[in-house]
Design a protein around this ligand. Structure first.
Ligand code: SF4
Length: 191
């Protein structure tokens, strides 16, 4: 049984897939406890894998993109079965992870790693997308693990002005590799 926080249909507001419609499945729980975390990932309901797949279908219809997020979606061992079931249902699965829990993933799963206090090197290598949260500073300590990535996204925590200024200055002083990622869904009041 999966522990879940919410399932909703919206757009991906941040990162490389910004603007793309997607069904979001927020699984409950996280293995880390970041001091800036403002996500409510508490358990709101329990659901089987089949029930989650059915809810995704009900909300998103034929929408190809499903984002598993959290909390840390890979903290629940049943997330592997959920990924498989969603793929069987014809979905392209995206995972928003802190990258600290090594998990074998099929090649067609899009993995976005947003490193926090620790990262598993294999997940950093597997990542299709690297998104660093700028919370009063750029977390440069994670750069060596992502050295092979051609693009690193810098996302100001909470869209806060001072974090935007830090990220913007960094992007401008490192052109070609770093890009600014804003939480655009918050501009339009989307969840
Ligand atoms: S890893 Fe993400 S969800 Fe978990 S505590 Fe940190 S910011 Fe929150």
């Amino acid at each position: 049984m999966l522990q879940a926080s919410e399932i909703f249909y919206s757009i991906q507001g941040e990162g490389l897939w910004t603007g793309t419609p997607a069904v979001f499945v927020r699984l409950a729980g996280c293995n880390l406890a970041c001091d800036f975390c403002d996500t409510d990932y508490s358990t709101k309901f329990f659901a089987t894998v089949d029930e989650v797949v059915a809810k995704v279908r009900e909300l998103g219809g034929d929408c190809p993109m499903v984002v598993l997020t959290g909390g840390e979606p890979l903290a629940q061992t049943e997330s592997v079965a959920l990924i498989a079931a969603l793929r069987r249902d014809g979905r392209r699965v995206h995972i928003e992870s802190n990258g600290s829990i090594f998990t074998e993933l099929p090649d067609d799963v899009w993995l976005c790693v947003s490193p926090k206090e620790r990262v598993d090197a294999r997940m950093a290598e597997r990542a299709n997308e690297a998104k660093f949260i700028v919370d009063r500073r750029v977390p440069e300590e994670h750069l060596p693990l992502f050295a092979a990535k051609p693009t690193i996204l810098l996302q100001p925590e909470g869209n806060e002005k001072h974090n935007v200024a830090i990220a913007l200055a960094y992007v401008k002083s490192h052109p070609g590799r770093f890009r600014l990622s804003l939480q655009t869904h918050k501009f339009i009041g989307a969840p």
